[in-house]
Design a protein around this ligand. Structure first.
Ligand SMILES: [Zn+2]
Length: 454
């Protein structure tokens, strides 16, 4: 054995057990009590051994002009430090470009800079026939998920997008949909700005929960019309969750992701003095405490299948500058805190079980996005992507301690119970005792299998 991890409590989606782990090369080779002496030994007494976190929603690739401060190098440094060993990154597709040319750029950046393994989802920004004709070869090459934004350049091209969705379903790909109603948001934003209500405290009003719910209902109807599975990204409200709950109860292939900010923060953040509220702008906006508790119920009872970050490394200056709320760059840094905060706020506070936590941050994302059982669990033959997690430490979040290049953190001052101690990617230590030791370029592109349900 190259590596033995001893005396840890192994956690999978199926349960918790005491076992030693033997790693040979990149894979878990032994799991049990009879692991022979290895070249390297790690003591996991008092620690949980978790499958590496999988964040299926990141924005690290560069498209100019772009105000983000993280790239694959700094973004995956944050990932490694937070126990995320695989990301799925969105390739952005501008009009008048081909999907293949965009994929090539993202793949080159990821291969050169990524510390952790990565898959790529393909945004379709321009669903003209030549673009849709690229889909079969790309699915064949392991890009088995697509992305559609309903909140921009959508309403004038719905029929083309329906064709894209149907094509994706027929090819065995999952389509990720940003559900906010473009027309409602445009109308409300124009009205607010026309009344001189430009401050960020009006931002949430410009993108209400009902605009998310109606777009989500439409996405559900699209799934019904085309037979294609849909994955609702960063669902934020009780109203939208209710729409997906009913669809799933009817057996429709509808899957739901939520995002950390909707679990820990509420819209009062936008009411802070000065430009402080601008820090929290992302799409959809933060909601009310009733929404927060509905989302926790959804995590607990299975109505929500994944938690992913939508990480965009943004610093405060570009978010503070714009003259009105509609022009504030959307998004924020979240990658490093994904796993420890869900443990702390979820497991340590008794809202979700330990196996459910693992299911949400590793197993379900791996299954939905064609990486299971290579990723997302601890089993013989799986990649040795492992997190030795110390549930006894407390960490107070401070932006300057974080590995993202962003100069602020939305959870500044939060005290978090539990943090990764050692993180392994395919058997190699990439983070240990506060230091990222993985190298840019060490991460591999993961071609993904076709969609096979949960
Ligand atoms: Zn996103």
């Amino acid at each position: 054995m190259d590596l033995a991890i001893r005396k840890g409590t192994v956690v999978t989606a199926a349960g918790t057990f005491q076992a030693d782990i033997g790693v040979q090369g990149a894979q878990v080779m032994l799991l049990g009590r009879e692991v022979p002496a290895a070249d390297r030994e790690l003591d996991a007494a008092g620690l949980y051994v978790l499958p590496g976190g999988i964040d299926v929603h990141t924005h690290l690739g560069r498209l100019r002009p772009f105000q983000g401060v993280d790239d694959f190098r700094t973004g995956t440094r944050a990932a490694a430090a937070g126990g995320v060993t695989t990301i799925c990154e969105y390739v952005i597709h501008p009009r008048d470009t081909s999907l293949a040319s965009q994929v090539e750029q993202w793949l080159a950046q990821g291969r050169e800079q990524s510390i952790v393994d990565f898959g790529l989802h393909l945004h379709i920004g321009d669903p003209r026939p030549e673009v849709l004709n690229e889909m079969p070869a790309l699915v064949e090459a392991g890009y088995t998920s697509f992305k559609v934004f309903m909140n921009r350049n959508f309403d004038s091209r719905v029929r083309e997008y329906l064709t894209a969705l149907e094509r994706a379903g027929a090819l065995g790909a999952l389509t990720c949909i940003h559900c906010e109603d473009e027309s409602i948001i445009g109308h409300l934003t124009d009205n607010l700005l026309g009344q001189g209500k430009t401050d960020v405290r009006y931002f949430a009003q410009s993108r209400p929960a009902f605009s998310e719910a109606v777009a989500t209902a439409r996405a559900v109807a699209f799934a019904e019309a085309t037979g294609a599975p849909v994955y609702i990204v960063h669902l934020s409200s009780a109203a939208a969750l209710e729409v997906t709950r009913r669809a799933r109860a009817r057996g429709l292939p509808v899957y739901v992701e939520t995002r950390p900010i909707y679990l820990y923060l509420t819209r009062e953040r936008f009411d802070q003095p000065g430009k402080e509220g601008n820090k929290y702008v992302g799409y959809p906006p933060l909601r009310d405490s009733e929404d927060v508790s509905a989302l926790w119920d959804g995590l607990r009872n299975g109505d929500i299948q994944t938690v992913a970050t939508d990480h965009v490394g943004l610093s405060f200056a570009p978010k503070a500058e714009p003259p009105d709320f509609s022009r504030i760059p959307a998004g924020m840094s979240n990658l490093e805190t994904l796993v420890p905060m869900l443990y702390s706020e979820g497991v340590a506070k008794g809202r979700i079980s330990l196996p459910r936590f693992v299911e949400l941050i590793a197993t379900n994302p791996a299954r939905l996005f064609g990486m299971f059982p290579r990723k997302g669990t601890i089993a013989i033959g799986s990649d040795a992507d492992l997190v030795l997690f110390d549930p006894s430490v407390q960490v107070t979040i401070q932006a300057e301690q974080m590995h993202s290049q962003a100069d602020y953190d939305v959870y500044e001052g939060f005290t978090v119970q539990g943090w990764p101690k050692v993180v392994l990617s395919r058997g190699q230590v990439i983070f240990q005792d506060g230091r990222v030791v993985g190298r840019p370029g060490q991460g591999q592109f993961i071609p993904r299998e076709r969609f096979g349900g949960l």
